[in-house]
Design a binder for this molecule. Structure first.
Ligand code: SF4
Length: 248
């Protein structure tokens, strides 16, 4: 089963695994955890165990059945490089990716070290964009160095939820940076100066910058519904995509 995505920078989600465990402050109000318990309560197949990690082999074939070129966000409800997912299973996922060159896959992890280890001796399919989450200085920023080791055609950062000023970033060999604030009732605030600091570094280092959303707190520091805070920064949207790109 793949699902049309409401994420601003992708088209469909594909979850060949579901469930996860928390590793860093960005996980605190994990959307996948909340959704998993909702889906479990609704009796949705695949979520019988809520947020416990599960490999869903029956979903591996889904992209092979779809002829229309599609941008997939892989594992919106999990983390593909979680310790409990065997290498052999991750290989199956990348085998499907390789066999469907008409699709583009965006794979985001907080387990950057394992991702780098996994690809130390394996090529990355050309249609797989590999990314890491960078929510803060302590846990997020060090993931960038691991990502740089991954021989992907597109490497990207998901700076969401941005929890503090992440300081100076080395964006060498990084192609795309997405920034966003946290949503949901427990959202933590994001300051415009933190976003601007990243945007300016993207400009200086010639990296595509995408501003996804303010989330639960507006540019004015007021908490309100996400839809009222919108996506504008300095009166405009920022929707840059990496150079070797696809049409959304
Ligand atoms: S790594 Fe992602 S899916 Fe896993 S707990 Fe953290 S935020 Fe949730």
């Amino acid at each position: 089963m793949t699902t049309t995505s409401r994420i601003e920078w992708t088209e469909q989600t594909w979850n060949p695994t579901v469930g996860c465990t928390k590793v860093s402050p960005g996980c605190k109000n994990c959307y996948a955890e909340v959704m998993s318990s909702r889906l479990r309560a609704m009796g949705t197949p695949g979520y019988e165990h809520g947020f416990e990690l599960r490999l869903l082999e029956q979903r591996l074939q889904d992209p092979l059945l779809r002829k229309k070129p599609t941008v997939y966000f892989v594992n919106s409800m999990s983390d593909l490089f979680h310790d409990d997912i065997p290498d052999a299973y991750i290989e199956k996922v990348f085998d499907v990716i390789e066999r469907t060159p008409h699709h583009t896959y965006q794979i985001l992890t907080k387990r950057a070290k394992r991702m780098a280890r996994f690809f130390a001796k394996r090529p990355v399919p050309k249609n797989a964009w590999m990314g890491v989450s960078v929510e803060d200085k302590r846990y997020g920023v060090p993931r960038i160095d691991f990502l740089r080791k991954v021989p992907a055609s597109i490497r990207f950062l998901s700076v969401e939820p941005l929890l503090e000023d992440v300081g100076a970033l080395d964006l060498a060999e990084i192609h795309w940076v997405i920034v966003g604030g946290e949503s949901g009732p427990k959202a933590r605030p994001m300051q415009q100066s933190w976003v601007d600091a990243i945007r300016i570094q993207c400009e200086e280092q010639k990296v595509a910058f995408f501003f996804k959303q303010w989330g639960g707190w507006g540019a004015d520091g007021v908490k309100r519904a996400k839809k009222h805070n919108g996506r504008e920064l300095h009166g405009r949207t920022w929707d840059e995509l990496p150079a070797q790109t696809v049409q959304f």
